[in-house]
Each structure stands twice: as structure tokens, then as C-alpha cells.
Design a protein around this ligand. Structure first.
Ligand SMILES: *Cc1c(COP(=O)(O)O)cnc(C)c1O
Length: 376
């Protein structure tokens, strides 16, 4: 078992080798499965009690899923398409968690027909909906928790607050629904280790509430949010694991503990490769237009997380605006990126640690292709 907490670095030479061998036509995401495997074992070594369920949405490429499956990682889904992809790989339905807090009745019916056992809820209405479709569903309750210090806050959209938790627990007991666990999400790219402590302690209280109501809670789902180094240093998986492991002592061994890492598993296993299609100066400031942008897989560049961009040029660094190829004004990736002054048409831009939420989020808007995933 590999136990070091630092990720192996994706070697840019491997990107160069691939380009020499295969040439270049359209932007793509290069994924190194050795790093994927390494991330899976680092996660499990840091938290021996915690079974990871990969968040399929972060990178649904079937070779990524298959590689993680081989490493003993299981999965969480949000939709029918994600579910069907896993089932077509012969992944057991009992190991797939349906973690989207609000699901259509049609998708629920499909999941129930396919044998999915575990479903998240975060409202009384969703509880009623799930048990109407599948009376024996095992349910876990998503609770609100602080997302302070996360790159992307998710707690504004989902998660039951304490008053609603009281009602949902009561309703589950009345309906004899199997409300069997608690989950929370600290926010994506969470660099505040304390968020896990707060979430687990809150979950412990909800467990007690459930037990008092006659329910049988036996699942704690720690959600996602484990960060990857983009610009600033982030807490290592071992530092986060130490906090989590300590808090888990409040739960007896009979409680099943899972987590739903997306970004952590796949981000640093991917290099996004794009090419400059045009350069100009607007009021003296350099602008680069590349062949992928906001719509073409680089949606997260806009959010100031500090993604690193590398080039093969070595000129002095100047503040440069990097824009995508479409005719929409939203398609500006970064307004001020330090890039070599001699970068020009035909040069490549390599975006580091871009394996998550890149190709997965791309659309064909304006006729530009969705970037392919290339596996090495
Ligand atoms: C998106 C999501 C995740 C994964 O989040 P990361 O920040 O990529 O780890 C996990 N669980 C749920 C319910 C999600 O919606």
C-alpha cells in the first residue's frame, strides 16, 4: 500500500511525448491512470475506515471509472446516464449511492428498477417522493454545514437546517421509512479542515436524534470537497484524514463510513492541452485566443482558483488575457495571467491539475468540439 500523502506530479514531458507521437488537432484532456491509482490508495491509506465513492460528475470517462473501480473505489451518481454507465461496467447496484438531493420521479423509478438501494434526501417532500417510488429505500439525510473556505460553496443550494431536520426525522419515523444515515458536503476544493470536524459533529447529533425517534442510523457519508493544489498550497489528505479519523471515534464500528471525493481523485491526474489560435493587443494589452474556453472544458478557470498554465516559451512574463474561441463575451478564461511575452499562434497552453470538472463540463456551443479524454 502506498502511503505518502503528496501526489506524484504529472510530468509535462509525458504531454510533450504524446504530442510528438500523435500530433495535435483539437484540445484534449490527458489523463495518467498511474496517478489516479495513486490517489485512490492515498485516500484510503489516510482514512482506513472510509470507503471512497467517486463522484462520477467530476470526470465520467469510462476508462477513469474503470481504473478507479479496479482500485476498490465505489461510486456516487446524480443522474440516469451516470447510473447506466456504471451498470454497463457491471458495477453492483448495491454499491452505488444516489446522492443528488432532488431527483425526478422518472429517474428514481429507473434507479429503483435497477436495484439501487441508497438515496439521499434533504427535505420532507423528497422523502415522500422516494418512498412513494421505493418504500424500502435506505435513505440518508443531507444536512446543512458550513462551507467557509471552500472554492465552491454548495450549502446554499442543498442541506436541511435544524428545524427541517426535526420534521424530516419525525416524518420518517411516522412513515416507517428507513432513514438510515446522514451526509453533508463541505464545499468543493475545501481548504478549511475544520469544516469536516463541524460536519461530523453535527452528523453525530442528528444520529442521536434519529435513534431517539426509533430510527436505525448506520451510515455516515462525509461527502466530497477534498482539495487539490491549484494555486495556493492546500491541506494534504493526511492532514484532513487525521481530523476525520479523530472525529469518527464518536461512531461505533457498526456504522458504515463512506466519502464522495471527485476532484481529489482525478484533478492532478489530468493535463488539459489547448492551442493558441490567435494573438492580438487591445489598448496595448496582450490577448490570447485559445481553442478551448468557458464552454470547451475550461469553465473553472474563471473562478480564480489559480489554475497553473504552462507554455513552452521562455520570454519575460507579461499580464495577458486568455479567451476561448466562441463569440460569447462570457468566454474569457482569465483576465490577467502572467504568460511569456513571446507566446503566439500555434503555441500550446498546458493547464495543470485540470482532470476534474473540465471535459466533464464542456458543451459544443458555437460548433467547437467537446475535448476528448486521452489516457496514458
Ligand atoms: C459534486 C459532489 C461531490 C464531489 O465533490 P468534490 O468537491 O469534487 O470532491 C460529492 N458529493 C456530492 C453529493 C456532490 O454533489
Amino acid at each position: 500500500m502506498l502511503t505518502e500523502s503528496r501526489a506524484p506530479q504529472f510530468d509535462l514531458n509525458n504531454v510533450h511525448k504524446h504530442l510528438e507521437l500523435k500530433g495535435y488537432e483539437d484540445p484534449f484532456l490527458l489523463v495518467d491512470t498511474d496517478i489516479l491509482r495513486h490517489n485512490a490508495s492515498r485516500f484510503m491509506a489516510a482514512m482506513p475506515r472510509v470507503q471512497p465513492h467517486f463522484a462520477v460528475k467530476s470526470n465520467p470517462d469510462n476508462r477513469v471509472l474503470s481504473c478507479l473501480n479496479d482500485e476498490g473505489v465505489k461510486f456516487e451518481i446524480a443522474s440516469k446516464t451516470e447510473l447506466d454507465a456504471l451498470l454497463s461496467m457491471d458495477i453492483a447496484a448495491k454499491d452505488i449511492f444516489y446522492s443528488n438531493p432532488v431527483k425526478s420521479r422518472r429517474y428514481l423509478q429507473h434507479a429503483a428498477d435497477m436495484g439501487i438501494e441508497w438515496y439521499v434526501i434533504d427535505s420532507a417532500e423528497e422523502l415522500e417522493k422516494v418512498i412513494a417510488v421505493k418504500p424500502d429505500a435506505k435513505l440518508y439525510l443531507r444536512i446543512y454545514t458550513t462551507n467557509e473556505g471552500s472554492g465552491y460553496a454548495l450549502s446554499s443550494k442543498f442541506g436541511a437546517h435544524s428545524k427541517d431536520i426535526d420534521c424530516i426525522v419525525k416524518l420518517a419515523a411516522e412513515r416507517q421509512a428507513d432513514l438510515a444515515g446522514v451526509t453533508f458536503h463541505v464545499g468543493s476544493q475545501c481548504t478549511n479542515v475544520n469544516n469536516w470536524r463541524v460536519g461530523i459533529q453535527a452528523a453525530r447529533k442528528v444520529f442521536d436524534q434519529m435513534i431517539a425517534a426509533g430510527l436505525k442510523p448506520r451510515l455516515l457519508n462525509l461527502g466530497g470537497g477534498y482539495p487539490v493544489e491549484l494555486g495556493e498550497p492546500v491541506p494534504s489528505i493526511n492532514e484532513i484524514g487525521a481530523v476525520i479519523n479523530h472525529e469518527l471515534a464518536a461512531f461505533p464500528d457498526s456504522v458504515e463510513i463512506i466519502a464522495e471525493p471527485g476532484r481529489f481523485m482525478v484533478a492532478d491526474a489530468g493535463y488539459f492541452v489547448s492551442q493558441v489560435v490567435g494573438k492580438t493587443f487591445r489598448e496595448g494589452k496582450p490577448w490570447l485566443y485559445i481553442d478551448a474556453g468557458f464552454y470547451g472544458g475550461l469553465i473553472e478557470l474563471k473562478d480564480g482558483l489559480g489554475y497553473q498554465m504552462l507554455t513552452d516559451k521562455t520570454g519575460d512574463l507579461v499580464s495577458t488575457t486568455v479567451a476561448g474561441p466562441t463569440c460569447d463575451s462570457i468566454d474569457v478564461c482569465v483576465e490577467s495571467q502572467a504568460l511569456p511575452c513571446d507566446i503566439d499562434e500555434h503555441d500550446f497552453l498546458y493547464i495543470k491539475n485540470a482532470g476534474a470538472y473540465s471535459s466533464a463540463c464542456a458543451s459544443e456551443f458555437n460548433g467547437f468540439p467537446i475535448p476528448g479524454v486521452v489516457i496514458i
